[in-house]
Structures are given as C-alpha cells and as structure tokens.
Design a protein around this ligand. Structure first.
Ligand SMILES: [Zn+2]
Length: 123
C-alpha cells in the first residue's frame, strides 16, 4: 500500500509512533515527571528530574559542600535516563495537532458554506 493510499488515521498513528517524544516517566525519588536535560543536541537524549536539577543547580550556585551536594546528586542520578532510540520531532507533532484541529472544525460545520462559517476569514 502506498503512503498516499493510507487512511488518515493510519497515517497519523504511524507518524505519532515515529515522532512522538516519549517521556520515560516519573522520578523514582520524588515522583515528578522527568524532563529533557540541557544537552548538546546529539544522541542520546538525557532525561532527569527537574526538581533535582533545580536544587542541584541552586546548591552549586551558592557553593554548597560535598555533604550537601551528595543527596541532591543521588536524587538527580536516580532519575536520570538516556534515550538512545530517537529524539522525536516536535514539528511533526505540532503539524498533527494543527491537522486534527482543522479536521475537528470541519466536522463541526459540515457543508456550511455561509460566510459566517469561517470566522476570521471574513472581515
Ligand atoms: Zn525527583
């Protein structure tokens, strides 16, 4: 089957599966959803607990001792996860979102070609 023959929903599902950036889940220590860490743009994509990252950065900024840093580092390291598979593509996900929005709007006003049907386009 050619790509052009695929039903919309099948095509969307395939694109989602390929380009959705899947979050690895929650921090095992505090339960916060882990986030992508600052990185150089190459593989792998690093994830870690944002709470741990923030506390660690703040502690380092005020020159905290090794004893203070140790539990914060342990928290951060326990949540750290590297995604070697793929990095996702937010542009594709945004395009899917916009397409679904258009489709939804079209479904809400079927066969209505009065000028009022497309607010914003009639000024
Ligand atoms: Zn955490």
């Amino acid at each position: 089957m050619y790509v052009t023959d695929l039903p919309d929903d099948t095509l969307l599902e395939q694109l989602r599966a390929k380009y959705e950036r899947t979050a690895p889940g929650h921090c095992p220590q505090c339960g916060t959803v882990v986030e992508v860490e600052p990185h150089d743009g190459g593989y792998p994509l690093p994830w870690a607990c944002p709470v741990a990252r923030e506390e660690l950065d703040a502690a380092r900024a005020r020159g905290a001792s090794q004893e203070e840093l140790h539990p914060l580092l342990a928290h951060w390291e326990s949540s750290r996860w590297e995604d070697f598979r793929r990095v996702g593509d937010r542009r594709v996900m945004e395009l899917i979102r916009r397409y679904l929005l258009l489709r939804e709007e079209a479904a809400l006003s079927p066969c209505d070609d009065s000028p009022d049907a497309t607010p914003g386009l009639t000024a």
